[in-house]
Design a protein around this ligand. Structure first.
Ligand code: AOF
Ligand code: ZN
Length: 371
């Protein structure tokens, strides 16, 4: 295990801060930050802004100019060794005469994965990796998930009353949580590559599922809206279909007149295998990974939310809880088969509790070690 100094931690923390600037705009690429340090001074900084644009190292090296010679480069992700939309960053680091490269984590992209550091070593540059690795992996949790498991990171967003209800018995759900909580959801949407909902929610709430917050720097990126719609019930005038080419409808049979009608108004309609209870969610996520979705946000009713949880496909749950009580006749958060034994319960652990306006934001992840 490499020993890292306090300086190494300090400069890597700065590189991670820079990386976070790209959170809303870099997908499908990872968010990466880079700091160049010479004589104990920061001489260059950069972050990756959008896919197709220059990588973090290239921006930082340009910022440093000739002072990069003999410097240490702190990068939140291993520099790339391949020709993608841009040339390899290792070439730029070697050309600039950098003496040492410290990375937080290796690039999980199989086209890189260790070969970046290896090639730097071969060029006589000292390398080290592993400082603030967990924090770096958290920033790129979606990219890591897609590269290592072939599926996106799944966040499930829910709005609930104190008694865990999401809607009145008649389906009315607007609005349980307050304005601040709804504004906070915009951040979750902006980070996502796709927002998934079910046809039941489209019919009941007619949501738009767009990012409307002008303060979120998306750089033209717009999350794909995905409707899981086994029997193609999405009406042609649904708001989720506004803006052509930004909605994907997944259904059991995409070769129907109804599917063609939706295509005519600009939706993409594709077939996905069905299961007894709906669509095959593994296949849905596999398809979205193939479309380069790193993170997806599920905003759906209790049927789809329950199905994602039952299938063990949720990486994080974010519940906005309002201080209101709706009573036992109102609808719950998850429709799940009735449990016969307590040991069959779905277990989560708390990851955060914050006030958001008048509501609470509760963040949970599946309990480690739970089956
Ligand atoms: C880096 N620095 O800032 C980023 C890296 O198609 P491209 O050229 O944009 O390359 C994308 C791949 O490069 C991406 O899948 C990941 O492996 C790596 N991203 N690498 O050295 C960066 N964004
Ligand atoms: Zn690169």
């Amino acid at each position: 295990m490499t020993e890292f100094s306090a300086d190494d931690h300090h400069y890597m923390a700065r590189a991670l801060d820079l990386a976070r600037h790209g959170l809303y705009s870099t997908p499908p690429n990872p968010s990466v930050g880079c700091v160049i340090v010479r004589w104990g001074q920061v001489v260059g900084e950069g972050f990756h802004g959008r896919a197709g644009g220059p990588h973090a190292e290239v921006v930082a090296l340009e910022d440093a100019g000739h002072t990069a010679r003999g410097a240490t480069a702190y990068i939140s992700l291993e520099p790339c060794s391949h020709h993608g939309r841009t040339p390899p960053c290792i070439d730029a680091l070697v050309a600039a005469g950098v003496a040492r490269v410290v990375v937080a984590m290796l690039d999980p992209n199989p086209r890189v994965n260790g070969s970046g550091l290896q090639q730097l070593e071969q060029a006589g540059i000292t390398t080290a990796h592993g400082v603030l690795a967990a924090e770096a992996a958290e920033i790129n949790r979606g990219f890591v998930q897609r590269m290592t498991n072939g599926r996106p990171w799944v966040t499930l967003k829910l709005g609930a009353s104190l008694d865990g209800r999401t809607a009145l018995a008649d389906g009315t759900s607007k609005w349980i949580t307050g304005e601040k909580a709804r504004a906070d959801v915009q951040r979750l949407r902006a980070r996502a590559s796709a927002i998934i909902t079910g046809s039941g929610t489209v019919l009941a709430d007619d949501p738009m599922l767009t990012v409307r917050d002008p303060d979120l720097e998306m750089r033209g990126r717009r999350p794909l809206r995905v409707v899981l719609d086994s029997h193609l019930r999405t009406p042609a005038n649904a708001q989720v279909l506004c803006f052509a080419n930004s909605t994907l409808i997944l259904t059991r049979d995409a070769a129907t007149a109804a599917a063609d009608e939706l295509r005519e108004i600009g939706a993409r309609v594709e077939r996905i295998a069905g299961t007894a209870s709906g669509l095959d969610l593994d296949a849905v996520l596999e398809r979205l990974a193939a479309l380069e979705c790193n993170e997806v946000l599920v905003e759906a009713g209790p049927t789809l939310a329950g199905e994602f949880v039952r299938c063990g496909l949720v990486d994080e749950i974010v519940v906005y809880m309002a201080p209101v009580v709706l009573g036992h006749a109102a609808r719950g958060l998850f429709n799940l088969p009735q449990l016969e034994r307590m040991c069959d319960r779905c277990e989560f652990e708390w990851r955060g509790v914050e006030h958001v306006g008048d509501d609470l934001r509760l963040t949970l992840r599946p309990k480690r070690g739970a089956t």
